[in-house]
Each structure stands twice: as C-alpha cells, then as structure tokens.
Design a protein around this ligand. Structure first.
Ligand code: NDP
Length: 329
C-alpha cells in the first residue's frame, strides 16, 4: 500500500525534502503499525530539515520527531488495533522513519497511549514541545518549587515549549513572568496566563556580577547561553531552573555561586530518551493540567506539503506557539 510522506535526502552535504508516495513495504522494522493522524514541527525538526545540526543520521529518511494516530496492526502485547497513541522522540527522524507521513511502523516500547480526553490532534498540539514543557514543570516540582515561593520565569515564551509552559504553570497557580523578544505578542502571552512580560534582552547579555538580586522561585529555560547564566544568577534561595534548550546558545559560561550560596538546583531536561514511566507521568499530567482552550490558542494547523514552506521560519523565531501538521490534509 502507498501513502503520502515527506522524504529527506542528502546530496553533497545538502539536505533536501520532498513530498513523495511511499510504499508501506519500505517502512523500517517495528512491531506496531500506526495510521498517523497528526505530526508537528518542533525546533529539532527545523534543525533536521535545514541541516543546521546533523539530526538525521540515515538517508533517505522520513523526518518528523512526533506523531499521533491509531494503531492499525500490532504484535506488541501492550498495544492493539484501535489504540490511540502518541510518540515523541526516541529514534524518530534520526535513524528511524518519522512522523511526517500517513503511516509509521515503530517499536511499541516507544509509544504511549493518549490519556484522558485528549484527541490525537491535542496530542500533537502538545507534541514534543509541550511534553518537554511538562517535564520542566515536573523538574521544578521535584526540586520543591511551589506557587507560594514566588514568580516563575519562562524564557522563549512565544515558542512551543515556552507557550505551553506558560499555560501549564498559570493553571497550576504560579505567577508567570514571560521573557520574549516579540513583545508584539504580549496579548497572546497574557491569554495563556502570563502575569508579566519582560524583554528577553534583559537576560541575553553576559554580566560582570556572578549573582544578582533574587527574583525567581523557578525558571523554565529554552535559551541556554547568557540567558540561562543570568536566570541562575537571579534565582532565589533553594529555587530551581529547568534547562531544556539552546535557542540562544549551547554555551554555559557562568559561576557556581548560585549553587553554593543559594542552593539553586539546575535540572537538565531531555525528552528524547526519557524513560517510559517519566513520559507517562508527563502525559497524564498534561491531560489534567493544561487548559484545552489555551492549548488550542497556540495551534497553527498546516497540511503535509505546507511543511516545506514553513520549516525555515522556525530557527529565526518567526513562528508562534505550536505548528500541528494534519498529514491527511
Ligand atoms: P520554538 O522555535 O518554538 O521556540 C523557540 C523560542 O526561543 C523562540 O520563539 C524565541 O521566543 C526564543 N528564542 C529564539 N532565539 C532566542 C535567543 N537568541 N535568545 C533567547 N530566546 C530566543 O522552539 P521550541 O519551543 O520547540 O524549542 C525551544 C528550545 O528547546 C530549542 O532549543 C529546542 O532545541 C529545545 N528543546 C529541547 C528538548 C529536549 O528534549 N531537551 C525538547 C524540545 C525542545 P520569543 O520569540 O518569545 O523570544
């Protein structure tokens, strides 16, 4: 059987992607065949499609680190035909065909059942970005951060991780301060639940002082670089910073003073290889701690072919919220 897919190929160090008819027989090994409803575009997808970083390790490959859909066939004891499933990360779009296609054959151990009332569309409105945002929130909670302890900073607030982090944290009762380079989208951020908006330029330059006035009980940081160093320097006594991204830089040139004088926790967050119990915990919380209307307000829905027009806008930070791909449109 043939289905529509995007396929990335590499010639002379240049990655190009086109819409093709793909044969189901050419899918890679796996014990679960999924009829894909939706995929998404995340920062990592943009890195892969632009070849800015070598995400795809095997060519030609169907890109897309996320998918949601319905199980068609399964020889895995954990899944049966008709189950609604979501897949974030693992080897997708690296060494295994990804989610930007109408079918996927994958390993059952990579799949999670979609919890609660979430639809397959909701699952991709959340996607890796939203699931990572929840992992960051869980990391703050595990470090003892609570709404009574003070303001929580979210960097890259107009992006995918940032938007969903703002929505989750505000629903949980936190006073959220959103840092953004796009103040023109302030109303959107207030609708998501941000109490205050600051210019990301306040955080983006290296500073002379290794420690600053205490401002944040917790931080969700997608930027890395000086932004992360400055956020650490402004974190309150026994506060915590969840670091998941490198939108500004992958560098970390800072001081240990926030750790040794203020007992600040720096929690690393990886979504790609997170173990299943951690994933399920995050997805279960997403089903209850994310307002569906706020989630919907983050979504821009596109068809499979439109991915080719949109992906280059992501790394320069021109896309707001979440891009959901209806692979059947
Ligand atoms: P998006 O492209 O949706 O959002 C990134 C946002 O970062 C932009 O919208 C912008 O927000 C902000 N930004 C861009 N450039 C800079 C800069 N120079 N300084 C400070 N902020 C900047 O990406 P995602 O939300 O999908 O991903 C965000 C980051 O998290 C990426 O680095 C990604 O690789 C990482 N990530 C990591 C995961 C993990 O497993 N650890 C999983 C998912 C994502 P604004 O316009 O509001 O300023």
């Amino acid at each position: 059987m043939k289905f529509k897919a995007l396929l990335s190929s590499k010639t002379n160090d240049r990655v190009s992607t086109e819409l093709v008819e793909f044969d189901e027989a050419d899918l890679m090994d796996g014990d679960v065949l999924v009829q894909v409803d939706y995929s998404t575009l995340n920062y990592k997808d943009a890195l892969a499609l632009t070849n800015e970083r070598p995400v795809i390790q095997k060519f030609p490959l169907i890109p897309g680190i996320d998918l949601s859909g319905v199980v068609l066939e399964s020889s895995n004891a954990g899944f049966k035909a008709g189950d609604r499933v979501v897949l974030n990360g693992w080897d997708l779009s690296m060494g295994h065909h990804g989610g930007l296609a109408q079918r996927a054959r994958v390993r059952g151990e990579w799949l999670n059942k979609i919890p609660g009332n979430l639809t397959t569309r909701d699952a991709m409105a959340i996607g890796t970005a939203g699931y990572t945002a929840m992992l960051c929130v869980l990391a703050l909670e595990d470090a003892g951060v609570t709404p009574e302890k003070g303001d929580v900073l979210v960097t890259g607030a107009n992006g995918g991780v940032g938007s969903i982090a703002v929505a989750i944290l505000s629903k949980l009762g936190y006073r959220v301060v959103a840092a953004t380079g796009r103040p023109e989208h302030s109303e959107y951020l207030h609708t998501l639940g941000a109490a205050e908006i600051i210019d990301r330029a306040e955080l983006s330059e290296p500073r002379k002082k290794p420690i600053s006035a205490e401002r944040w009980a917790g931080v969700v940081d997608v930027a890395g670089g000086p932004t992360l160093v400055n956020a650490l320097a402004e974190t309150k006594y026994r506060g915590a910073v969840a670091a998941c991204g490198l939108a500004q830089s992958d560098a970390l040139h800072g001081s240990v003073l926030p750790f040794i004088l203020r007992s600040v926790t720096l929690a690393g967050v990886d979504s790609v290889n997170a173990p299943q119990d951690v994933r399920q915990r995050a997805w279960d919380r997403l089903a209850t701690d994310l307002d569906p209307q706020k989630l919907e307000s983050t979504v821009q829905l596109i068809g499979l072919a439109e991915v080719l027009d949109v992906y280059e806008q992501i790394i320069p930070g021109k896309v707001r919220g979440r891009i959901v791909v209806d692979v059947n449109a």
